[in-house]
Design a protein around this ligand. Sequence first.
Ligand code: SF4
Length: 224
Amino acid sequence: MTKSDPWNHLRGLEPLSLCDWPGHPCCVVFLGGCNLRCPTCHNATLAWDMQSQPVVPQPQLRSFLAQRKRWLSGITVTGGEPTAVHGLGEILHELSLSGLPIKLDTNGMLPEALEAILAEGLVTRFAVDVKGPFALYPALTGGAVTEAAARSNLTRVFALARTRPEAFLFRTTKVPLLSADDIAAVRALLPSGFSLTTQDYTAPRRSHALTDSEARRTAGNLVN
Ligand code: SF4
């Protein structure tokens, strides 16, 4: 396995989650690395310092899925930011061999990756985090995304969602920077027919094992 090997990003595997994909008892695959630097990140170690987390060997994942897929009805792929992993398609293809549907969590800032994944038919559902109104993206992402880039990227994601409405859902975490008006502004950005799932924010517990979904999850279901 080389450093550029996409499997090098496989840094966590949660055998069973009942809340990552409501209605789908699923396992959760954690991919390290992220293109953003959100100050409110709940998974900062995985996102920014994945080398400190042990790799889950690919054969272990394959063996797990072979043994446990009958008890699961889906796979959630999360991060970090999965679309920032070069060669993500290889991982998704491997996961798809299980026959289980795949949900991908994403910040939506690499729309070309979403377009490619959608075209390949490897993912059933994209759960897109809309951080806030475009103008707040620089503050919400630790300076990683400009207002113009947020507008451009999400406009592409919304266009994709219009073509495949069943494959997308949008959610926003009510971090302290966001007011009720900001949440309303996000809601107004979504293509018609989509509703916004919001979740309350709790401060991250940085010292916890961050591939633990309870450590990274804020209150409430993330996905409808
Ligand atoms: S996009 Fe998600 S994983 Fe990446 S820094 Fe922001 S909150 Fe953390």
